[in-house]
Design a protein around this ligand. Structure first.
Ligand code: MN
Ligand code: MN
Length: 297
């Protein structure tokens, strides 16, 4: 059943997130973090809904480790670890910011409080724009800035961004939450020196199928079939297709698929003033009188 699968995925994702929160990642590479977190999700009987994101400091989102990625966590870093579990395509999407420099505790706290205040107002019929207002007010009262062009989203089976946005600022219009639909809420917060927006960076290391149209290159088509069978329309990383293939070959074939527009590549998102960004995220299902937070601790 759909709701049961959302709840199962949520329980697994939140268990793993809470382990991630308390673990000491200093001196670990982003490759080690991604592989460890993804293993913990799989050990509990779920599949990964997307490659674990390890976005450091001014990188707000969408960085995942390259194969054997050597980038190493320092004691001054602020790392957003965003993870997803899925059962039969029903997704739990959740994130935590780890930070070992007390200077940034307030930033992390602002993201957590924005999320907590948003969760406490949810029930069916609540307007997404009102959630945005609550998040924005909470963050600003603490002396920080929300990232205006990042938002939460509706979820559907095998679809992470299912078309509806839950903003992190007040905005005109929007929709009202429906009972028994799944959504993710994810406040992103930067300092008062930040611009409060992200821009696309150069690096692209998260991918997803765009179209299953054949490319006429038999090896590239074989890879496209593999991606479809294993990840459906969900995001994947190069790490996930180099288990049975040489890294260079996989990279070349992936580039063919991107060129033919069979696969889309997502750029990392960077704070416009290169200020640090913190994030917190839950997946939830509104009910008549309240909410089921599927990823609650
Ligand atoms: Mn997420
Ligand atoms: Mn999300």
């Amino acid at each position: 059943m759909q709701t049961e699968d959302y709840i199962k995925a949520g329980k697994i994702a939140s268990e793993v997130r809470e382990m991630v929160r308390v673990k000491d990642w200093i001196g670990k590479t982003v490759y080690e973090i991604c592989e460890w977190v993804e293993d913990e999700i799989k050990k509990r009987g779920a599949k990964c809904a997307f490659p674990v994101n390890t976005s450091i400091n001014e990188v707000a989102a969408h960085y995942t480790a390259e194969p054997n990625d050597p980038i190493t966590i320092k004691d001054t870093d602020l790392v957003k670890i965003d993870l997803g579990a899925q059962i039969n395509g029903y997704i739990a999407d959740t994130a935590v910011t780890v930070c070992y420099d007390p200077q940034y505790d307030g930033l992390v706290q602002a993201a957590e409080e924005g999320l907590a205040n948003a969760m406490s107002m949810i029930k069916a019929g609540v307007k997404a724009s009102d959630i945005g207002r609550t998040i924005e007010t909470t963050i600003k009262q603490l002396g920080y800035k929300p990232i205006a062009n990042l938002s939460g989203h509706s979820l559907e089976q095998y679809t992470i961004h299912a078309g509806k946005s839950i903003p992190n600022i007040w905005s005109i219009g929007g929709f009202s939450l429906s009972e028994n639909s799944a959504y993710a809420c994810e406040p992103f917060v930067t300092t008062s020196e930040g611009g409060g927006f992200v821009r696309n960076g150069q690096i692209k290391n998260i991918f997803a199928i765009n179209s299953r149209k054949k490319t006429k290159d038999p090896e590239a088509d074989k890879l496209l079939d593999f991606i479809w069978e294993n990840f459906n329309m969900l995001p994947f990383a190069l790490r996930w297709i180099t288990k049975d293939r040489e890294e260079k070959e996989a990279r070349d074939l992936l580039n063919i698929l991107i060129k033919k527009k069979a696969v889309q590549a997502y750029p990392v998102l960077i704070e416009v003033n290169e200020q640090r960004v913190a994030q917190a995220e839950h997946t939830f299902i509104p009910t008549e009188n309240g909410v089921t937070v599927t990823t609650k601790a």
